[in-house]
Design a protein around this ligand. Structure first.
Ligand SMILES: Cc1cc2nc3c(=O)[nH]c(=O)nc-3n(C[C@H](O)[C@H](O)[C@H](O)COP(=O)(O)OP(=O)(O)OC[C@H]3O[C@@H](n4cnc5c(N)ncnc54)[C@H](O)[C@@H]3O)c2cc1C
Length: 92
């Protein structure tokens, strides 16, 4: 959502897996002044869901290794993360 005038632009993204994290990082890249908040119901963002079979098979011994990026890497570029938060409704 872009708010014109004196207020900064704000973007709220629901979900912080591949799509949500990519959108958040790209938004910051395109416009570093935009305030990006990602709401994630999980405890950890940006995990490779596709990698779960490799963890279950033991090929990836530590599930932390399934993370594409850590929370610190994401917040490090100015994205606000709200982990363990579930969006229950929305307003336009
Ligand atoms: C076992 C497995 C193997 C796969 N292998 C492949 C593969 O090899 N190649 C391939 O292309 N695809 C594969 N996929 C599919 C791929 O994982 C998905 O297409 C991809 O994860 C979709 O990414 P996404 O970010 O759109 O959604 P998701 O990964 O589903 O992430 C959605 C995120 O939003 C959060 N969320 C949802 N609702 C809310 C809410 N109301 N409030 C807050 N947070 C919310 C969830 O907690 C989650 O973090 C596989 C999937 C599985 C399960």
């Amino acid at each position: 959502m872009r708010v014109t005038g004196q207020r900064a632009s704000r973007l709220v993204i629901i979900g912080g897996s591949d799509a949500g994290t990519s959108a958040a990082l790209r938004a910051r890249e395109v416009d570093p002044s935009v305030e990006v908040t990602v709401i994630v119901s999980d405890s950890f963002p940006n995990y490779s869901i596709c990698g779960l079979p490799f963890y279950l098979s033991g090929e990836v011994p530590d599930w932390h290794g399934l993370a594409y990026r850590t929370a610190e890497e994401i917040t490090g570029v100015g994205v606000r993360l709200r982990l363990e938060h579930t969006a229950k409704g929305s307003t336009r």
